[in-house]
Design a protein around this ligand. Structure first.
Ligand SMILES: C[S@@+](CC[C@H](N)C(=O)[O-])C[C@H]1O[C@@H](n2cnc3c(N)ncnc32)[C@H](O)[C@@H]1O
Length: 218
């Protein structure tokens, strides 16, 4: 893993917590959390990557807790694209994870941004790991982000998302509109606040069962 200037030990350095809090005070709606996620939640998120996942996109990298776990899982920096809206955090991620493609931009524009920086030249991603505060976003924004994520992945791709709420952060009606399934995964107790991981996939079209037709009587 390429992690240059700021190695992150097992516990997050206080500097990261302050940095994150400062960004939250400036942009509470987009940063959507007062501290970075825990290492436990990062492990739970990454454990949902398919075994054969090679190319991963991370949305809302923050200070890089999930980024680090993704790279530790064996994803090559060149196969990882990290999107972060906040300029200061994007700069930090670039310094911290040399070789990964860190892009400062909006997750709603993911397919365009991924194409512009050449990430899609090697084909669509296998999975999206989202650190976005999806629960606190308006439904039209959720829709745009889910669309953008699934437009950037292969058909069997999955989006892995955490939430602090007791149910899926995406309402059933929106999942039906976008033809997505959701599965509840692991719970992370040691997160502040505790969080649950959800996995979104495309619905497969159900094959039409063959109908037995009796030949007409002579
Ligand atoms: C809840 S924080 C999570 C940060 C980090 N993944 C973690 O778990 O500690 C959400 C992050 O998403 C970023 N963000 C919010 N809206 C975004 C958007 N539309 N596109 C890209 N990043 C966004 C915020 O700047 C913030 O860093």
């Amino acid at each position: 893993m390429s992690e240059r200037k700021h190695p992150i030990p097992g516990r997050l350095p206080t500097a990261d917590n302050w940095r994150f809090l400062r960004q939250w005070l400036r942009n509470p709606l987009t940063v959507a959390a007062v501290t970075p996620s825990s290492r436990q939640l990062a492990r739970r998120m990454v454990s949902e990557l398919p075994d054969d996942a090679r190319r991963v996109i991370e949305l809302g990298g923050g200070t890089g807790v999930f980024t680090r776990a993704i790279l530790e899982r064996g994803i090559a920096p060149a196969d990882l694209m990290v999107l972060e809206l906040n300029e200061e955090l994007a700069r930090l991620l670039r310094e911290r994870f040399e070789g990964a493609r860190v892009v400062c931009g909006d997750a709603r524009e993911l397919p365009q941004l991924a194409a512009q920086n050449g990430y899609l030249d090697d084909g669509p991603a296998d999975a999206v790991i989202s650190g976005l505060g999806l629960l606190s976003m308006a439904r039209p924004t959720q829709r745009e982000i889910l669309r953008a994520a699934f437009d950037s992945m292969r058909p069997e791709g999955r989006m892995i998302q955490f939430t602090y709420g007791p149910v899926s952060p995406v309402p059933r009606s929106l999942l039906d509109d976008l033809e997505l399934n959701v599965r509840r995964s692991a719970f992370a107790w040691w997160n502040m606040p505790p969080a649950t991981v959800y996995v979104f996939t495309r619905r497969r079209s159900r094959g039409i069962a063959p109908v037995k037709v009796r030949p007409p009587r002579p």
